[in-house]
Design a protein around this ligand. Structure first.
Ligand code: 5AD
Ligand code: SF4
Length: 366
């Protein structure tokens, strides 16, 4: 079926998703992105929301084969940010009127970490008079821990499924019993039950991943009733098992990178068209592959941006992939830069708002 016909349909099928994700003609691509953007305008206008991002520690018990801060990467200098420094950054985010903060780190499950995160949450709620919305992104935990953090003030949680296909997930993670797809999926279910707004996402352009897999990822978002989506291209990190394999196979050429970028933009547009009212982030990884990657994401239907507010001295130690942008910038520079990028495409910043997923509230009203 011609792309135009599919775009006019009110309900897209799996085959439609596959057809849209398979578009490669430049004129058709532009139409697809424009359709994604038009759907975003319908849902929430041309507002984009900020989430000030603090990457507060790069210690991680996991060993994901693609990630630059995986446990076995001994080239990384490990850091922790003190409570005081996190609160200083959080206060800055509050004063900037960003409305929301994301606390991200590698995964840890020890009691010290759990208590530390709980303290951070309570203190941020206190300093912002309950006004800052807090998203956590610190990995797989027990139900009791998720509950403690929810009670301490976190109201959103991001946990990427990485791929909705267990067989593909397996190829991206060591088979050591600690990287289990079913466990991750169960975590998403627990988070939902506890009452979090739940975010997930996948990496796009992975070796062995097909457009049908990506269409199934979008169906997974729907089936799991996901509120927020953070997905972006897979980007090689030179000192990882997967990165080395991809480079050795000659699969990291400029053309391949362009293909992964394009596929990511298509995923944003098609996800927006299919799920309509969810929040979708224009992730930093898009910009690792193209200087205007994040603007392109917003123009394809994304509506969330995450200005980095990590302390400057730690930015070079939080590199999940190569060519991460903004590493040498200050938090103020990141804010000004993103303000300009949003203005340049004719969007507006939703300052001072939590910018919660409309999808979440629709469910609450039911
Ligand atoms: N390329 C793109 N995304 C990556 N992530 C980790 N490593 C990479 C990489 N090399 C993403 C994963 C993870 C999130 C924190 O960062 O999706 O869930
Ligand atoms: Fe750790 Fe997340 Fe990187 Fe995996 S992707 S190694 S869990 S920081």
């Amino acid at each position: 079926m011609a792309m135009e016909k599919i775009l006019q349909k009110t309900q897209l099928t799996r085959d439609d998703l596959i057809a849209l994700l398979s578009v490669t003609e430049p004129a058709e691509l532009q139409k697809l992105y424009a359709a994604g953007y038009a759907q975003k305008l319908k849902v929430s206008g041309n507002f984009d929301y900020y989430r000030g991002l603090i990457e507060f520690s790069n210690r991680c018990i996991k060993n994901c084969l693609y990630c630059g801060i995986r446990r076995d990467n001994t080239e990384v200098q490990r850091f922790d940010t003190t409570l005081q420094d996190i609160l200083t950054q959080a206060r800055w985010i509050y004063e900037q009127n960003f409305g929301s903060i994301v606390l991200q780190s590698g995964e840890r499950q020890d009691p010290e970490f759990i208590t530390f995160v709980e303290t951070v949450l309570r203190e941020i709620k206190k300093l912002s008079h309950g006004e800052l919305g807090i998203t956590l992104c610190v990995g797989e935990e027990t139900e009791a821990t998720y509950r403690r953090w929810f009670e301490a003030g976190a109201h959103r949680y991001l946990l990427r499924i990485e791929s909705s296909k267990p067989e593909l997930y397996q190829t991206l993670h060591p088979q050591d019993g600690h990287h289990v797809w079913q466990v991750r999926k169960h975590c998403l279910e627990l988070l939902r039950q506890i009452g979090y707004q739940v975010g997930t996402g996948v990496m796009i352009g992975l070796p062995g991943q097909t457009v049908a897999d990506l269409a199934d990822d979008i169906l997974f978002y729907r089936d799991m009733d996901i509120d927020m989506i953070g997905m972006g291209p897979y980007v090689v990190h030179h000192n990882t098992p997967l990165g080395k394999q991809v480079v050795a196979a000659g699969l990291d050429s400029k053309e391949e990178q362009q293909r992964r970028l394009e596929l990511s933009l298509k995923m944003i547009a098609v996800t927006r068209l299919f799920l309509k009212d969810v929040n979708i982030a224009a992730t930093t990884a898009l910009q690792a592959l193209h200087p205007l990657g994040r603007e392109l994401g917003l123009k394809a239907g994304a509506n969330v941006l995450m200005p980095v507010a990590t302390l400057p001295e730690f930015r070079t130690s939080y590199l999940l992939y190569d060519n991460k942008p903004c590493v040498a910038d200050s938090a103020t520079k990141c804010r000004d830069c993103l303000d300009a990028r949003i203005a340049a495409i004719g969007d507006r910043v939703g300052y001072g708002a939590w910018g919660d997923s409309k999808h979440f509230y629709k469910k609450q009203e039911q």
